[in-house]
Design a protein around this ligand. Structure first.
Ligand SMILES: Cc1cc2nc3c(=O)[nH]c(=O)nc-3n(C[C@H](O)[C@H](O)[C@H](O)COP(=O)(O)OP(=O)(O)OC[C@H]3O[C@@H](n4cnc5c(N)ncnc54)[C@H](O)[C@@H]3O)c2cc1C
Length: 418
């Protein structure tokens, strides 16, 4: 088997992987960027709407434009780009990592001193939400429908219904309408929408597409092709309420019911995963396995590609400067009002800049103060005018006040602000 050696191996050529590879190269490392698809860009290749790049480039770009900007930067370096190469196995031997790449040329091995996992996320499927009824054609995830419409130029149905109000479902409700399909409604089991407020306004309200909250699809009908679905109201515990069933005729059901970080390779490396499905990691994006870094949607599902690029650049730079050594990890202790905080820990032994954290609230909240206390001393108080679970928020802690020892206690609290 042919084998080649690098300082940093980045797995996944989406916006996260490209930003990580660039940052590692800028830090002087010999870098390989490995992507299983034929082209770099990840999911952004199929996101033809605009809104990308406002933070990173100060411009409104489409997904392919944003990806192309990064690809051009990558191609202007001597980073080795291995597209059409699927990493099927990865392991650690001695101080080095070895990844097995399968491509049309066969099997090859790549070794590296550190690894950045930028493998993105995947969508929850019909099997994972267990809808009763037959299994006809016409039921697909919103991302698959996005691929059909935006890459293949094919319409998956003419009378469509969307289950789940995640951002991809909202974006596809608009896209299908623009392509001439009728979108009969978006059904959401929770009492509030699951996507960004701006997507509800721009993708549903602007196109008169109804949003039914506290409702779900309870049954599908159709032998070969989907013919109809049964929708029901749900109670506060999201259980269908008997007697509220209505049958809606449709030929296509799109599912937008959640994204799951893709971390099979991380698991092969023995990396512990956190509550959100991404690896537990420190503020340098290093997982609990030394030398293994994680970024982008593989680390935590982000709602802005610009945030993905930002955290991935940090992961790439830190992977480049990685040297084995003991870490002083202090884990944040958020209260129950936080749904997720990422990364989960600070490494006191490798703390240079103010560490940045992303979080989502567990419930909708009005004015809120987030307070961080280190060993009982307040080190951050930040106010937010509104918090919603779908909207990722961020804060940074002042590095100068983070004199950490192994027994330090770092708590995070949310309090109603007046
Ligand atoms: C289906 C879907 C649709 C989306 N649509 C939108 C949208 O319309 N608008 C929006 O703002 N955001 C959208 N997003 C969010 C968007 O994915 C992120 O903002 C951004 O693309 C995340 O970047 P990433 O690099 O972390 O992941 P990705 O873009 O998913 O890139 C990960 C890459 O890793 C590669 N990979 C994974 N495993 C391996 C392996 N073992 N070997 C080699 N390569 C591997 C994949 O092929 C992929 O190219 C969507 C996400 C999904 C999942």
């Amino acid at each position: 088997m042919i084998s080649s050696h690098y300082d940093v191996a980045v797995i996944g050529g989406g916006p996260a992987g490209m930003a990580a590879a660039l940052a590692a190269r800028e830090a002087g490392s010999k870098v390989i960027l490995i992507e299983r698809e034929a082209r770099l860009g990840g999911v952004l290749k199929q996101c033809v709407h605009d809104g990308f790049g406002l933070l990173r480039f100060g411009e409104r770009l489409t997904g392919p434009e944003y990806a192309y900007r990064y690809e051009t930067l990558v191609r202007n370096t001597d980073i080795t780009v291995a597209t059409g190469s699927f990493v099927t196995r990865i392991g650690q031997d001695g101080g080095a990592f070895t990844a097995a790449l399968v491509s049309r040329d066969g099997l090859r091995a790549v070794t590296a001193k550190s690894v950045v996992l930028a493998t993105g996320c995947r969508e929850r499927t019909a099997k994972q939400i267990g809808i009763h009824g037959t299994r006809p054609a016409g039921i697909l995830t919103a991302g698959t429908a996005q691929y059909y419409v935006n890459i293949l130029g094919k319409l998956p149905g003419k009378r469509c219904l969307v289950l789940g109000s995640g951002d991809i479902g909202l974006i596809m409700a608009r896209r299908l309408t623009l392509e001439g399909a009728s979108v009969l409604g978006v059904y959401e089991a929770k009492p509030t929408p699951g996507g960004l407020t701006r997507n509800v306004a721009q993708c549903l309200d602007d196109y008169d597409i109804p949003l039914y909250t506290s409702s779900t699809v309870t049954r599908v009908f159709g032998r070969n092709r989907l013919e109809a679905v049964e929708v029901s109201a749900v109670d506060a515990a999201m259980r269908p309420v008997p007697g509220t069933e209505t049958v809606v005729e449709c030929d296509c059901l799109l599912l937008s019911v959640g994204l799951i970080p893709e971390n099979e390779l991380a698991e092969k490396l023995g990396v512990p995963l956190g509550a959100g499905g991404g690896p537990v990691s420190d503020h340098n994006c290093m997982t609990l396995a030394d030398g293994v870094f994680s970024c982008g949607n593989a680390l935590h599902v982000s709602d802005l590609a610009d945030y993905v690029s930002e955290s991935a650049a940090l992961a790439g730079a830190r992977a480049a400067s990685y040297r084995p050594g003991k870490r002083t990890l202090v884990f944040l202790q958020p209260d129950e009002r936080f749904q997720i905080v990422s990364p989960q820990a600070i490494d006191g032994s490798r703390l240079t800049d103010d560490p940045v954290f992303f979080f989502r609230s567990a419930t909708e909240k009005g004015r809120t103060t987030v307070r961080a206390e280190l060993d009982g001393k307040v080190i951050l108080e930040k106010r937010y005018s509104q918090l919603r679970p779908p909207e990722m928020e961020r804060f940074s802690l002042p590095a100068g006040q983070l004199a950490l020892t192994a027994s330090s206690k770092l708590t995070l609290r949310m309090e109603d602000a007046v």
